[in-house]
Design a protein around this ligand. Structure first.
Ligand code: GLN
Length: 492
């Protein structure tokens, strides 16, 4: 039986500070042994061999300096799309086989500055394109609540690892829901910050006007701690905003009095799994009980969101992925001339979903179609943003489901990309509007799969949605539950 170790940032810090016998090397060794046991079944870490922990152990002071930084001695799992110096960054794609990052992403540098140890490459959909983590060149991630089901995507490895207790916390990325949806599918907390709140420097770009880095954690308080460390202006990313970073943990309390929360009618329409609606409605009642006023609001352009997102995201992806030509990064197939080599490299090493997106994106940008698709999508994006501006005049935040269903069965949607895309309806809107969104566990289906409550807030109002999520979490005990295929189960 493996020894126990704390499963939240707060508890890990406490263990380091309060109990000298829980020193850092033994905590890390226990974490490594839990990953060794769980990873073969879940596949949440790519290429896990435990060597990283040995390396981390070699590089750290065996006598940690408690109190030195808010994350001193805390290992944080990193999604395979973020660059960590001297580590591979595959983006779960074969085209980046052999690539080693020469630098740290700004978020990783900021974690290190806070004392954290970046640990492990977390599995994901190839180049963050997908909703199930089945588009990974390293195989799908399995859901720790039921291994026949997906973990969600694209940050499926991050969510599964945190839910299973084999990552204390993780950094994921969210372009259209990739933090919030897997967090909901796996029963953990996921925060997509507002566009510009967190630097994207060192994040391999998928869709640059939509991408954001954010925390995947067990608790809302941990999400606040991580955001605190990574947020703020970065001269290396001109889209990062030069506005002060508030104290996110100071806002956390147990009451919601004085807050007005909106329910967008379009997010409670037909087509949502009744079990999801029931759990989210119960969460809304709980927020009312905690003192919030609940009102009905409308976001009329929601129905165009999936189409708009899949035009803008693919257009940007087709441009961003042009850099993978076999010359500058990773794998390469030699050809008769440079063009032949580019073509062979891309045809051989990109997976099918990435190719589909590049083709779609190239099409919507091509002359003759640019105005009908790309330009029109940009106009609809403005209407979607204005919808949110209007409702945020009436209320402080919105409560919605994260996804219309619980986690799909493995393979259930892989042959039907359109159905897969439609499942993103409740998450893509926040990215299109640039606002922030939090996913918090709010119950289980009758078959034992987690359900997530989404809390959407105006741009840069992360403190408000964290406050709501925390108060709700404290009033319920969903976050305290452990999945049957996680560390707890294996140890007991
Ligand atoms: N599921 C969405 C997509 O496939 C979102 C992905 C993401 O947020 N990275 O594009």
């Amino acid at each position: 039986m493996a020894a126990r170790f704390p499963s939240t940032i707060a508890a890990w810090r406490q263990a380091l500070e309060a109990k000298p016998r829980h020193n850092l090397p033994s905590l890390l060794a226990n974490l490594a042994s839990a990953i060794d046991r769980c990873n073969p079944g879940l596949n949440c870490y790519i290429d896990w061999d435990g060597g990283e922990v040995q390396k981390a152990l070699g590089g750290i002071d065996p006598e940690p300096r408690p109190g030195a930084g808010p994350l001193e001695g805390v290992p944080i799992g990193i999604k395979d799309v973020l660059n960590v110096k001297d580590q591979p960054c595959h983006c779960a794609s074969r085209i980046l086989e052999g690539y080693i990052s020469p630098y740290d992403a700004t978020v990783v540098a900021r974690l290190r500055r806070a004392g954290a140890i970046p640990l492990g490459r977390l599995n994901m959909d190839e180049f963050a394109m997908g909703s199930t983590n089945e588009n990974s060149a390293y195989g799908p991630v399995r859901n720790p609540w039921n291994k026949d089901h997906v973990a969600g995507g694209s940050s499926g490895g991050a969510a599964a690892a945190v839910a299973a207790g084999v990552a204390v916390a993780a950094l994921g990325t969210d372009t259209g829901g990739s933090i919030r949806q897997p967090a909901a599918f796996c029963g953990c907390v996921g925060l997509k910050p507002s566009y510009g709140r967190v630097s994207r420097y060192g994040l391999t770009a998928f869709a640059s006007s939509l991408d954001q880095v954010g925390p995947v954690t067990r608790t809302v308080a941990d999400a606040a701690t991580l955001l605190q460390c990574i947020a703020g202006r970065d001269p290396l990313d001109t889209t990062s905003l030069d506005v002060p970073v508030p104290d996110y943990t100071a806002a956390l309390g147990s009451e919601l009095g004085g807050l007005k929360l909106g329910l967008p009618a379009e997010y409670f329409a037909d087509g949502v799994d009744p079990e999801v609606t029931r759990a989210v409605r119960a969460a809304i009642d709980e927020c009312r009980r905690l003192g919030a006023e609940i009102i009905e609001v409308q976001l009329p352009h929601t129905r165009y969101a999936v189409a708009t997102y899949y035009i803008i995201a693919t257009a940007e992806a087709s441009a961003n992925l042009a850099r993978f030509d076999g010359v500058r990064y990773g794998a390469r197939v030699a050809g008769q001339d440079p063009l032949d080599s580019y073509q062979r490299t891309r045809a051989t090493y990109f997976g099918p979903e990435v190719k589909r997106r590049i083709i779609l994106g190239t099409y919507v940008l091509s002359s003759g179609y640019h105005d009908a698709y790309y330009l029109r999508a940009q106009k609809v994006r403005t209407l979607i943003r204005q919808d949110f501006e209007r409702v945020f005049d009436q209320c402080d935040a919105l409560l919605t489901p994260v996804a219309p269903t619980t986690a799909y069965r493995l393979g259930e949607r892989i042959d039907d990309p359109l159905q897969m895309y439609l499942g993103d309806i409740f998450t893509v809107t926040a990215n299109l509007a640039g606002i922030c969104g939090l996913s918090v566990p709010c119950g289980f289906s009758t078959t034992g799969l987690p359900i997530g409550l989404q809390i959407l807030g105006p741009a840069l109002r992360e403190a408000t949605i964290l406050q709501i999520g925390h108060a709700y979490e404290q009033a319920t005990n969903w976050s305290a539950q452990h999945p049957p295929h996680g560390r707890e189960a294996i140890q007991s």
